[in-house]
Every structure is written in structure tokens, then in C-alpha cells.
Design a protein around this ligand. Sequence first.
Ligand code: 1HN
Length: 382
Amino acid sequence: MSTTEENRPAGEAGGEAARAGRPAAADPELTALYRDIEAAGLRPLWTITEQLLTPTPRPRAVPWLWRAADLRPLAERAIRLVPVERGGERRVLSLTNPGLGGQPYAAGTLWGALQCLGPRETAPAHRHTPGAIRFVTEGEGVWTTVDGDACDMRPGDLVLTPGGAWHDHANGGDGHMYWFDGLDLPMIEALDAIFFEPHPELRQPVVGEHNRSEREFRDGGGTPGDTMVAGAVRGPLDPNPSELLVYRWAETDARLTELAAASDEPLVSLEFTNPRSGASVLPTLSCGMHRVRPGGAARPVRRSGNRIYVVFRGEGHTVLDGRRFDWTAGDMFVVPSWVAEEHHSAAGADLFSLGDDPVLRALGVYREERSPAAQEVTGVFG
Ligand code: 1HN
């Protein structure tokens, strides 16, 4: 690059001010340049480089935790007071990250929420481009119908509603039911690719017996080993969602037990996979389950991309960038990109996770970093 008279900053002292967009008062030409750049609808990159190109990710979302003790009674009151109807579509309380300026998102790329249904209620059938997953925390009697396949839901089950699939939730029982909803909605919104369509009927027709995808998978010779991997998916990427729509807790639990027996790590993890390709369950979202061994203290790890955790069983705490987040069953917390996380549990615990990492991997921008030393705890959340 050449340094000519034209682009050399005017004098030593003036250079820094000029780059920062703070023209020295004595330089009317530079003042006029910045005024005219702004008036032309332009921004000079040299004044904003450092805020755009940060050494590591600076997510606007902050580490945060929502307690079951708050979520659960509010959902119960909503069941009593707010009907589930067309227009509103769903009785859902969204995890709203205080770093995101009031947007109803848990993190910049992820929607997380608690959804609930009362006795005999139906959340109306619709479809949209964002993909979703459900992780059941409590209750029974609800099935989610996905393109005609009624998938029964029980605690610990994972149910997929891929982008574009018709879906409704029906409670055929007399109890209340609660589950975690995770969606790629903020990501699809950022891509300006939201499409939504209500189904002409409240409930779409159910085709045949319940749990068709599960039965077809079994009848085709599929085994639980095809539905999850130890650790996390590293290999294939798949633009298609899994055709298997339900991952049952009994199988997840059995696999975690097996993994824990075969290792002395403080934490064992599995990721649910698309059995056809071995990729993540949806092209945009990964789902995992993590068992913290009694007395377990996992080593810190940071990853690019966002994650939401749902505490399924047990209690413990997670250290996020030096702050301790205490949790118990039903709590939900978010780990924004590149925040160091470290899980602990005295009596053992099971955590469900939702991540956006398939997208980062597809784009070649995924990174993770492990550290051998526990973080120093300098604060406590809440
Ligand atoms: C949705 O369709 C569901 O189908 C849940 O249960 C949560 C959040 C935003 C947009 C669509 C559901 C949602 C959603």
C-alpha cells in the first residue's frame, strides 16, 4: 500500500482523531468529510473496525437462568386464564434474554420457551419455516401430530417438528402438560426467511396409528444405536431433517447409563442424530443429553454458537465465565457463544441441550476450546 499526500493523516496528533471519526477541531475539511459521508448514507469502516472485528465472539445475549419455581406457577396461571386459540396459536412463555433489548429470544440465534396445555386442549395446526424441537419436562397425555404422524409425548422424550411440517399439539388427557420448545426462529428471521401458514382445520388428520415414524424406523431394522452418538456429532452435515420424529427417554437413559459405566469422566454426553445420515436432528439445531456424575465437576469448555440447557433431573450448578448458576429440575439456562461453561453436581443430574452448532459447522466457523483448570468463581447468579 502506498502512502500518498492524500491519504496520510494530517499530522501525528490529528491521525488518531481522524481515524476515530473525531476530526481535530482545527480541521474543517475533515469535519466536512465526515458530515458528507454520513449524509450520503455511508459509514467509514476505519472508525468501527474494532467493534465489528472482535478478537472473540461478543454475543449481545448474556448468560441467564430461568427458574422452574418462576416458570411453572406462571404457566399454571396461564392455563387457568388464557385459552389456546387461533391467532395466538400457542400458550408459550418465551425465555427472554435481557441482553437482547426485549426481543423474545433466549439467545441471538435460538428461541427457548416453556409450553403448556390443559386438559383436552389443542394447540392449532400450522406450519412455518423455522424448525422446532420439544423436550418434555412434565405430564402425559399430549401428542404432537407432525404431517399426520401423531407422536406421543412423555417426560424425557424429544420430539421434532422440522421446518415446513404441519404440526399441532393435542391433550387427550385430564392433566396439565409442560415441555420445552426450542426453535431456530431468530436465525430464520435474521435470514429474512420466515413463512407461516395456519392449517384449515384446528387439528390436522392423524394418519393411521400413533408414532408412525418410530414404528417405521424399528420395522426397517433401526436400533437405538442409530439415534445417538457419544459426545457430539462431528462428521456429516445434512440439509434434511431426521425422518424419525421421536427419541424416547428410556433409550436415552439407557445409553447414558452405558456411557457412564464405560468412563470415569465427570460428565458424559450424547447427541441425538438423524439415523439416516448420522447428522444433527435438524439441519439448524443439535440436541444433546448430558449426565453429570454424582460429585462430578466437568472441565471448562467454550464454544462458538449458542446453547440452551434444560435441567431434566437432579440439581447442581454451572459456572459461566466465573459466575455460579445454581439449578434444579425444570430450570432452563442459556450459554451464549464463547462463554466458558463448567457443570457440577453433588448428587448427579441430567441436562438436555439445544444448540445452533450445525449451522456454524456447515459454514466452517465452529470452534471450541477446552481448559484443564476449573474457573475461579467470582459471583453467583440471582
Ligand atoms: C410454535 O409453532 C410452537 O408449534 C411453539 O408449539 C413455539 C415459537 C415461535 C414461533 C412458533 C409450536 C413457537 C412456535
